[in-house]
Ligand binder design. Structure first.
Ligand SMILES: NC(=O)C1=CN([C@@H]2O[C@H](COP(=O)(O)OP(=O)(O)OC[C@H]3O[C@@H](n4cnc5c(N)ncnc54)[C@H](O)[C@@H]3O)[C@@H](O)[C@H]2O)C=CC1
Ligand SMILES: CCCCC/C=C\C=C\C(=O)C/C=C\C/C=C\CCCC(=O)O
Length: 268
């Protein structure tokens, strides 16, 4: 991993910051992208003090703005010579502004992946590349208090499974996704005063789910980061999704209800 270059969207805090930190620990150079400059600069300072100024930097980037994402990747290539790891992590839960939720959680992930396939691996004259898209458990099961969030994450899982089948042969880039259960991050607050963290306000739907926190448990971002690192280092898997719970990590096969069909056609 020493000397590799990574770009992580939504890296100013939460899971994205934990992914950045574990890669830095392994000797990777990291570009932290986020829409939030204040948090981004704070995280940049903290990580530069720990790992050195030239191995990590922040770039303000709204992942939903096509030109910003593309110019960010170009900037990283100019600065570090290429990109080896791309994590499309930025995500929100906002059931009211559903178009924004789809834009951040799904469209930006699709665009990021397509750019990654162009700027990484064979297409860019680079060695093997890795793209990790961050989905969630609702990528595989319905989440009643967040139908739009669920749709966006199922889109990420379906897109990743599809694009990841061919990408290793075509581009020498593996594309996989992670589906963690609850992680201790601001997104869980569902705080009405923070417009981007709004889930369904229907108490009948939300309250039972709060009880689920106790049953399912809430992981620390650094626990998920360990699984993230494993997947980054795995050069044989592509088009896969990993379900990550506190107790275990398992491969998520799609389409869930048609495993035989999946086996028959997955090599096409
Ligand atoms: N926290 C949880 O329980 C779980 C979170 N996830 C997913 O993990 C990913 C990271 O979320 P968390 O760290 O939990 O949330 P978080 O709210 O702590 O961090 C999300 C980051 O994304 C940034 N962001 C939002 N919109 C952006 C945009 N348009 N462009 C660039 N950056 C943007 C925010 O400024 C923030 O820094 C999301 O995709 C989320 O859906 C998945 C499973 C569970
Ligand atoms: C009660 C308020 C919940 C707020 C949740 C906010 C964000 C959640 C983000 C996630 O990505 C959720 C991650 C895992 C969900 C785990 C299980 C879902 C089961 C669906 C259900 O029965 O509701």
């Amino acid at each position: 991993m020493e000397g590799k270059v990574a770009v992580i969207t939504g890296a100013a805090k939460g899971l994205g910051r934990a992914f950045a930190e574990i890669l830095l620990r392994e000797g990777v150079k990291v570009c932290l992208c986020d829409i939030n400059t204040e948090n981004g600069r704070r995280t940049e300072k903290m990580l530069q003090e720990k790992y050195s100024n030239d191995r990590v930097f922040f770039m303000k980037c709204d992942a939903t703005v096509d030109t910003e994402l593309e110019s960010t990747l170009n900037h990283v290539i100019e600065r570090y010579g290429g990109i080896d790891i791309l994590c499309n992590n930025a995500g929100i839960i906002n059931e009211m502004d559903w178009k924004k939720t789809v834009a951040v959680n799904l469209s930006a992930v699709i665009h990021g992946t397509l750019l990654g396939l162009r700027y990484m691996g064979k297409a860019a004259g680079r060695p093997h590349g890795v793209i990790i898209n961050i989905a969630s458990v609702p990528g595989a099961v319905p989440m009643s208090y967040g139908p739009v969030y669920t749709a966006s994450k199922q889109g990420v899982v379906g897109f990743t499974h599809s694009v990841g089948f061919l990408s290793p042969n075509l581009n020498d880039v593996c594309v996989n996704c992670l589906c963690p259960t609850f992680v201790n991050a601001d997104i869980l607050k569902c705080d009405e005063s923070a417009p981007d963290f709004v889930c369904s306000r229907d108490a009948q739907l939300v309250e039972p789910s709060r009880k689920m926190f106790d049953e399912v448990g809430i992981m620390g971002p650094e626990e998920v980061a360990e699984s993230f690192l494993e997947l980054v280092m795995n050069e044989s898997l592509s088009g896969a999704g990993f379900l990550i719970t506190r107790a275990s990590k398992s491969l998520l096969r799609m389409p869930l209800e048609l495993p035989e069909l999946f086996d028959k056609y997955s090599s096409l």
